[in-house]
Design a binder for this molecule. Structure first.
Ligand SMILES: Nc1nc2c(ncn2[C@@H]2O[C@H](COP(=O)(O)OP(=O)(O)O)[C@@H](O)[C@H]2O)c(=O)[nH]1
Ligand SMILES: [Mg+2]
Length: 349
């Protein structure tokens, strides 16, 4: 899974990027570990040689702003053409020493929304025109494309995201080649200073909420600078610091979870002496399909899965107790994996 970090200059994009992928990364692309207490718990219990968390690939983009040329903007936007989701970083911190591009967070989010709409509208219009002006009979695929594109135009002309168009799964698939940005999932992260973070209030909040609600985005608040400062603290000190702010986990921990769920992703686990690992899958996959993520042989030769619910294992404390209480379930190939399933695949090839 790949996520592009999108925003105006000086909004805190690189700060959030580094918080997610590690402060020593000086590249545009990095890999973020999805921090998951369940993996920590399993790792402690099974004491494996290796512990592997789920990951998200992140792309840190240059800032987009009104004074850039069309060409420069497109060059920036090109970099999010192949991502699965867009993470918007909106500035809502006050700091005289950091240049500011917009009067408030609402103006900033509206500008960023409009840039995506303009670009997608251009793509939709030019392709509709191309298909309509074709001096030949359209193929069935092209007919479907045209119909889907016209649906996109309707919502785009209403300043709404393509994501809100009434598209079938087939139509969505057929639109893939156009890489509409507004068809992607978006998560809006508002970067606040400590005062605003404590009061949950900042200039333009209503406007940001409105854009998020209209388009069905998840939204969350972080305090980038403060998180950077507590990033190097010992775990216990960090916990104290967060507690003082009324939090049980850092914004970055919450962020990786929000990203995960807004993309419709869940984790299942494999746990043993060699490795404890979180696997990322789309919600709705069967055990057989999920087995294929581990190894193609496991899908091909799938017999059944032995499944333990994480919460049961945590509550009972050992696999022995799980078995004694009959809580290890056997699941066939068509059952659906749930978030937190600990899975052992029985197979034969
Ligand atoms: N006061 C304050 N400064 C911040 C915050 N987040 C980022 N900055 C500062 O703003 C500047 C730009 O941040 P950066 O992450 O590079 O922004 P980018 O241009 O969006 O990548 C840097 O000097 C950061 O230290 C914040 O929450 N509060
Ligand atoms: Mg940057």
């Amino acid at each position: 899974m790949k996520v592009g970090i999108y925003g105006a200059p000086f909004s805190g994009k690189t700060t959030v990027f580094k918080l997610l992928v590690g402060t020593d990364v000086n590249d545009e692309i990095g890999v973020a570990k999805v921090r998951d207490e369940r993996v920590d718990f399993l790792s402690k219990m099974f004491n494996p040689k290796k512990t592997t968390y789920a990951t998200i690939e992140l792309v840190d983009l240059p800032g987009l702003s009104p004074e850039l040329s069309r060409k420069d903007k497109n060059q920036i936007l090109m970099k999010i053409q192949n991502v699965d989701a867009i993470l918007w970083i909106i500035r809502a911190f006050e700091d005289e020493s950091v240049p500011k591009y917009f009067d408030d967070a609402s103006k900033e989010v509206q500008y960023l929304r409009d840039e995506l709409l303009v670009r997608d509208l251009e793509i939709a219009e030019s392709n509709v025109e191309k298909l309509k002006n074709a001096k030949r009979k359209l193929s069935t695929v092209e007919e479907t494309q045209l119909k889907a594109l016209e649906k996109c135009l309707v919502v785009l002309n209403d300043d709404k995201f393509v994501k809100l168009a009434d598209l079938s799964d087939d139509e969505k698939k057929i639109l893939n080649s156009f890489s509409f940005f507004t068809l992607l999932e978006s998560v809006i992260v508002v970067n606040l200073d400590e005062n605003a973070f404590r009061s949950h209030d900042y200039k333009g909040k209503e406007g940001v909420k409105k854009v998020a609600e209209e388009n069905g985005f998840s939204m969350m608040e972080v305090c980038g600078k403060m998180e950077m400062e507590i990033n190097d603290l010992e775990e216990s000190e960090r916990v104290e610091f967060l507690k003082d702010l009324g939090l049980t986990e850092s914004g970055i921990q919450r962020l990786s979870k929000v990203l995960y769920s807004s993309l419709g992703l869940i984790s299942f686990f494999t746990a043993g002496e060699d490795e404890t690992k979180a696997w990322t899958i789309k919600r709705g996959l069967t055990f057989k399909e999920a087995a294929g993520k581990i190894h193609t042989d496991l899908e091909r030769g799938f017999i059944r899965a032995e499944v333990v619910k994480f919460e049961d294992l945590k509550r009972l404390g050992s696999m022995k107790e799980i078995k004694a209480n009959g809580l290890m379930k056997l699941e066939g190939k068509d059952s659906i994996v749930e978030d937190g399933d600990i899975v052992n695949v029985r197979f034969s090839v």
